[in-house]
Design a binder for this molecule. Structure first.
Ligand code: PMP
Length: 305
């Protein structure tokens, strides 16, 4: 996807898409010490809008803080770079990727003496786990890989290197015929998917794991708000894999994955084996909000034009 027309924001300047390159001795390329964000812009009646832009920028700064990385731009400059990535590329809906990474001034592990670079790019991207899966649901398996330990890599940081664990889990799931992995924490409790938070429904109550070993998902937060406003009882607690086996419904959430129903876990059908009624309701409300089809929570949308 590197050889195409378009503009990418790199260190405060708009550069041609195909010229947005780094040197092979880029520190983050070698060791994975970098932080990033993934978010979406959606079509609305009033032009494209970025969903929860400020929340994603805040998380980018929190991730950088955890890694002791100093972002050399203000939050407002970063927000404007995201907005520009949509407008300059004439996008109506898009996935946006922003990243802070260390430069190529030195190769030792210490990074405090290196330049911090920032990039923002946006492109059209459909349903992360496939359009059909949004209705039919996906099949997932427990990963043989344990989720990153809280005192090993920092789970609250959306850090590049943390994703080796995710990639191993996803590769394993895909190569054994599943759509996605569910990772357990080091104590055996459910943590999250390779790039999604998990929710289950049991007896009308919505449960999601605490974020001890999972990313503080921005979609997760949105779903918790939407569910509470709908009068649903919501509980954040430790969840075991067999609680998921006997759930009435289950779904993944993420900026890329949006709200994706889960129809089967470890070869056990979840509920009726189709998208459940509460999942469908929440999914449909989520899409209404991101597309600006409801009057409330307009603060969640950063208008591009
Ligand atoms: N967990 C992981 C590991 C992720 O990569 C993501 C995607 N950023 C999520 C959860 C969901 O987070 P969000 O809703 O903020 O996209």
């Amino acid at each position: 996807m590197d050889d195409r027309d378009g503009k990418i924001w790199l260190d405060g300047k708009w550069v041609e898409w195909r010229d947005a390159k780094v040197h092979v001795l880029t520190h983050t390329l070698h060791y994975g010490a970098g932080v990033f964000e993934g978010l979406r812009a959606y079509h609305t009646d009033q032009g494209p809008a970025i969903f929860k832009l400020a929340e994603h920028t805040d998380r980018l700064y929190r991730s950088a803080h955890i890694l002791n990385m100093k972002i050399p731009f203000s939050k407002e400059e970063i927000n404007q770079a995201h907005i520009g990535a949509i407008s300059k590329n004439n996008l109506d809906s898009a996935y946006i990727r922003s990243m802070c990474f260390y430069g190529s001034e030195g190769m030792g592990l210490r990074a405090d003496n290196l330049k911090v670079h920032v990039m923002v790019a946006a492109w059209e991207w459909g349903a992360y786990l496939g359009a059909e899966s949004m209705e039919k649901g996906i099949r997932i398996r427990t990963s043989s890989y344990t989720r990153n330990h809280v005192n090993s890599t920092m789970c609250k940081a959306k850090a590049n290197g943390n994703y080796i664990n995710s990639i191993l889990a996803l590769q394993e799931a895909l190569s054994s015929g599943y759509d996605e992995a569910l990772l357990l924490d080091h104590e055996g409790f459910v943590a999250e998917g390779s790039g999604e938070n998990l929710f289950i429904v049991r007896n009308g109550i919505l449960y999601t794991p605490e974020t001890t070993s999972a990313l503080e998902g921005i979609t997760r937060e949105t779903i918790l708000t939407i569910a509470k406003e709908q009068g649903l009882e919501v509980k954040e607690k430790r969840i075991t894999r067999d609680e998921v086996y006997v759930a009435d419904e289950a779904f993944f959430t993420g900026s890329a994955a949006e709200v994706t129903p889960i129809r089967e876990y470890d070869n056990r059908q979840i509920g009726s084996g189709a998208r459940g009624p509460i999942t469908e309701k929440i999914q449909s409300l989520y899409f209404d909000y991101v597309h600006g089809r409801r009057g409330d929570h307009s603060e969640w949308l950063a208008r591009v034009k």
